[in-house]
Design a protein around this ligand. Sequence first.
Ligand code: NAD
Ligand code: UDP
Length: 326
Amino acid sequence: MRVVITGGGGFLGSHLCDALLRRGDHVVALDDFSTGEPANVAHVRDHPRFQLIRADVTNEFDVRGAVDAVAHLASPASPPDYHRLCLETLAVGSRGTENALRLAVAHRARFVLASTSEVYGDPAIHPQREDYWGNVNPIGPRSVYDEAKRFAEALTVAYRRKMHAEAGIVRIFNTYGPRMRPNDGRVVSTFIRQALDGEPLTIYGDGSQTRSFCYVDDLIRGIVAMLDSDLLGPFNLGNPREQTVRELAELVREATGSDSGLEFMPLPVDDPTRRRPVVARAQEKLGWSPLIPIDEGLRRTVAWFAPGSEESRGSAERARAMPVGY
Ligand code: NAD
Ligand code: UDP
């Protein structure tokens, strides 16, 4: 297959590039590097089956040659990023999604939208199944992201109905792993960086809010299974093991061997109180289940963040200085 990945230079997108290249596919990564980094794909820039195009997908674009599938991952994803890039987030969820869908329709290609557990907002139903419609504040600080993704889902369904797009949707729950930006503000990257730097771990609120954290390799297997299917979904992709933010802080302290203290800070407005996916539908229809337990996933992530290790952010930072072949 020749697969176009919008947001291919981001955290998840770059791992998807790797997984597809490993199995023999051709990959075209499109990215404007607004929140991603060229370093994420520097190791494949000379790969004969890899191409990087620097482009903002909110502008109309075409990709020359065959396109068999489009994975639409482009969007700011961390709360500080989408607060800062509020208009860009709305644009990429709406215009960007439509441009990616148009590309897929023009090439009769499979289309997969990277949606999010945020479509459930602060969920009134727990755990979350795909038939729950959610509880989103349409004018709150998270709305630029949540509503952009909800619109993107509606657009995907409409393109499937009206334009016969072979389109599907995955709803991704909190995912972590190597290549997260140490300063992206998300909880796993922030806690690991703080623990390694000997700083207190910043807990928002009392830390009793929950999330369910999925290791990146598991998540990517789910996206690949979705690319290979012709199903609409939506499918929850996430790890059903749920923990409080406070418990996560303990796990990170164990994984890093750090004795950092805890610092309690105000809870952001509309921060969801709990989140856990039901993944039975993905298990049944895609044959997908998460496999990597959180202690193992954190160990691998810490190894990447720790200075001096082979696969470290140190090497990523060195790679960042390298020119990018596009
Ligand atoms: P990321 O910020 O690392 O990656 C997003 C990529 O999209 C970046 O490389 C960024 O530069 C690129 N991008 C943004 N706007 C663009 C535009 N207009 N044109 C071209 N490129 C653009 O974030 P991520 O965690 O890798 O998230 C990838 C996708 O998965 C996003 O759509 C996100 O909403 C979704 N998602 C991620 C998670 C998670 O836990 N990581 C959870 C739910 C959903
Ligand atoms: N969080 C925290 N400290 C941090 C960053 C985040 O306690 O330094 C909390 C945040 O308030 C939320 C949870 O961790 O309850 C997950 O936050 P993240 O930004 O990673 O993802 P999201 O809120 O989008 O699920």
